[in-house]
Design a protein around this ligand. Structure first.
Ligand SMILES: Nc1ncnc2c1ncn2[C@@H]1O[C@H](COP(=O)(O)OP(=O)(O)OP(=O)(O)O)[C@@H](O)[C@H]1O
Ligand SMILES: NC(=O)c1ccc[n+]([C@@H]2O[C@H](COP(=O)(O)O)[C@@H](O)[C@H]2O)c1
Length: 176
């Protein structure tokens, strides 16, 4: 019988609203340290909100197509939020492939995994002022250049789902 190969897996979670070149750079760096990356698509229940415009399914598409060309072996899994932070690490672990290290710069994520004695590394920030979901959503709403900040595959997904129009519509107020 052939022994099962032990794969080293990392966990990386974000809302990916949208997936951008900063996320891609982090994932390429993580892929040099481990065999596979488990990508948690956080706040999976959210969509059609100014800070969370895209559905979990649309974010799965962005990640699959963007990483297709990069050779980052990964599983992208939607993860809904829960009310209780105290059980969040067990909740995440109960629905993902096993992982032994977490990469994050989110203070709550870091705190919760470290309290559960899981190793956390903080990846470097890549051009944070530009490569930021908040900045990209702002540019889309205000009809400014944004396509150079995301992988080409993400532009295709946003266009396929009429994401620009959606984001502009949900940003409107009823008294403008
Ligand atoms: N430019 C970047 N370089 C490296 N890491 C990044 C960069 N932008 C975001 N991250 C990290 O990626 C993870 C997921 O981030 P997230 O999906 O919230 O992106 P974001 O750009 O911070 O989005 P938002 O502005 O909508 O909060 C977090 O740990 C975050 O710190
Ligand atoms: N209690 C919870 O459900 C819980 C706790 C910590 C982080 N999260 C999620 O992890 C993700 C972290 O990603 P960001 O770095 O994009 O904020 C978010 O979607 C956040 O909601 C959820």
């Amino acid at each position: 019988m052939v022994a099962a190969m032990h794969m080293k897996r990392a966990f990386y979670i974000g809302r990916f609203q949208p997936f951008h070149l900063g996320h891609q750079a982090v994932l390429e760096m993580i892929a040099k340290e481990v065999d596979e990356v488990v990508i948690g698509i956080g706040s999976a229940q959210k969509s059609h909100e100014v800070t969370d415009p895209f559905t979990a399914g649309e974010r799965v598409m962005m990640i699959r197509h963007a990483l297709g060309d990069t050779g980052v072996p990964h599983y992208a899994m939607p993860i809904e939020d829960i009310q209780q932070n105290t059980v969040w690490v067990s909740y995440v672990s109960s629905r993902t492939p096993p992982f032994e290290i977490v990469f994050s710069n989110n203070p709550l994520v870091i705190q919760l995994f470290r309290e559960a004695n899981i190793e956390v590394k903080q990846p470097p920030m890549y051009l944070r002022s530009q490569y930021s979901g908040t900045e990209i959503r702002k540019r889309i709403v205000h009809d400014m250049e944004w396509k150079h900040l995301v992988p080409p595959a993400v532009v295709d997904v946003i266009e396929e789902v009429n994401g620009v129009e959606r984001l502009r519509n949900i940003s409107k107020t009823d008294y403008a």
